[in-house]
Design a protein around this ligand. Structure first.
Ligand SMILES: Cc1cc2nc3c(=O)[nH]c(=O)nc-3n(C[C@H](O)[C@H](O)[C@H](O)COP(=O)(O)OP(=O)(O)OC[C@H]3O[C@@H](n4cnc5c(N)ncnc54)[C@H](O)[C@@H]3O)c2cc1C
Length: 418
């Protein structure tokens, strides 16, 4: 009887969903979580409001996953955003949809999502045990138990590993699952930060810290001038470099192990070069006797003007009638292509999501079961998948968790009839 137990390691979004889905399919489930409270990372998602999914079609979710999206095809179709929404509404969490399809609890409280999951786990009698798993035991290539920190062993016919990534380690995500998987022969694709601010190689950004630019176009190129990212939106200058939604999205496309990058900001994406020049000439003609630093106030945010003038090698006190054609051209060039050299991303601990993880080629995408060890399943950020902002990372956690939970319960039933 004991051998039929399913153990879920990790009480985050993916683990809780996996435990519930398995229980709903009749499995006997133990959920291991060392934290006092389940879902600690969920509390800080969406700035405490929890952007729990995106109101879009499965194909749109897959388009928002820059790496290994094909691996998620079955999971996302199995438990798409429409079902995730229905699931939480049925748990008593009314939802609302905001700009860009972002779905939040109507209360704007992440705690409501966690409470709903927690009470559902209680109602469905999932055993929640406050323990840290240290290794997964196998016999003849099959899972047979889980060893926990104080030396105790829990028998298990199947294990779902859902220990998350490496970012925000204070929430409990410390990478334990990666080495447990590695011990069992899984390849770990090197971990790197994604959805992370970028550190500049220089001091331009720090001099504009606090300045937020809306409706700019950000292009990121590597040393071979290949465009890795190009989008319009909002970015922020900070004391270390660049942040804001555009920059976080761009970071999902960068790999600092192999490449160096330059961020190029088009400050006037709505104006083509010729139109911007026309506008500049008009402003200049009307204000011949003013200084360039004053005249630029009509074109640029105040905090940016001294930096722009320095980059263009143009003293701020220069009268407009003394600005040469070459200097005007440099201004124009920098307004359309303001360049920031990127040194590195901020540390992995500060990333919204960890890229890399358990190699997807070693996991069955239709069940989330390991191709190396029978009875071992994976869910959530531990896998080598990551997505853009907008609720897509939690969507991945819910759908891989749900699929792993149902598959593990099914696997247990097959075991019963053997
Ligand atoms: C600041 C921030 C904001 C975010 N906002 C959003 C958002 O609004 N929308 C969105 O879609 N995504 C968001 N994300 C990303 C999202 O939170 C994660 O992708 C998601 O939580 C991953 O879920 P998970 O269950 O795989 O991992 P986690 O949520 O990290 O859960 C893993 C759990 O495993 C437990 N664990 C670890 N080791 C062990 C062990 N040895 N034994 C037992 N348990 C263990 C941990 O304590 C933890 O509770 C945000 C992330 C951050 C950091």
């Amino acid at each position: 009887m004991e051998q039929r137990e399913l153990v879920v390691i990790g009480g985050g979004a993916a683990g809780m969903m996996a435990a519930l889905a398995a229980r709903e399919r009749g499995a006997s489930v133990t959920l291991l979580e060392p934290n006092e409270k389940l879902g600690r990372k969920l509390y800080i998602t969406g700035k405490g409001r929890c952007n729990l999914t995106n109101d879009c079609m499965p194909e749109d979710v897959l388009r928002s996953v820059p790496h290994n999206s094909r691996f998620l095809y079955s999971a996302v179709h199995h438990f798409p955003p429409s079902q995730v929404k229905a699931y939480f509404e049925a748990l008593g969490v009314p939802l609302k949809t905001e700009r860009g399809g972002r779905v939040f609890p109507q209360s704007d409280k992440a705690a409501d999502v966690i409470d709903a999951l927690f009470f559902s786990l209680q109602r469905k009698r999932v055993r929640v045990v406050k323990h840290r798993a240290v290794s997964i035991l196998t016999k003849d290539g099959r899972v047979c138990g889980v060893k926990v920190e104080k030396g105790e062993t829990l028998p298990a016919h199947a294990v779902i590993l859902a220990t998350g990534g490496l970012s925000y380690p204070l929430t409990g995500s410390r990478g334990d699952g990666h080495w447990m998987a590695q011990e069992l022969g899984h390849t770990i694709v090197p971990l790197r930060p994604s959805l992370i601010p970028l550190v500049e190689d220089g001091t331009l950004c720090s001099r504009m810290q606090g300045l937020s630019l809306r409706n700019v176009r950000l292009t990121v190129k590597n040393q071979k001038k290949k465009v890795l990212f190009e989008e319009q939106g909002e970015l922020l200058f900070t004391h270390f470099g660049l942040s804001g939604p555009l920059v976080l999205s761009a970071s999902a496309h960068l790999n600092f192990e192999t490449d160096e990058y330059t961020a190029i900001i088009d400050l006037k994406p709505a104006l083509e070069d010729a139109k911007l020049e026309e506008r500049m000439l008009r402003d200049f003609a009307e204000q011949q006797n003013r200084t360039i630093q004053n005249v630029l106030e009509g074109l640029l945010p105040r905090l940016m003007i001294p930096v722009m003038l320095e980059v263009c090698d143009l003293p701020g006190e220069t009268k407009i009638h003394d600005v040469t054609k070459q200097q005007r051209r440099r201004l124009l060039e920098n307004m359309k292509h303001f360049r920031i050299s990127i040194l590195e991303p901020r540390p992995l601990e500060e990333a919204i999501v960890t890229a890399g993880g358990v190699k997807t080629g070693e996991v069955n995408p239709g069940t989330m079961m390991s191709k190396r060890v029978e009875g071992l399943f994976f869910a959530g950020e531990l896998l080598d998948v990551d997505a853009y902002t907008g609720g897509f990372n939690l969507q991945i956690a819910w759908c891989t968790g749900h699929l792993a939970g149902e598959s593990a319960a099914e696997y247990g039933r097959k075991g019963d009839s053997e």
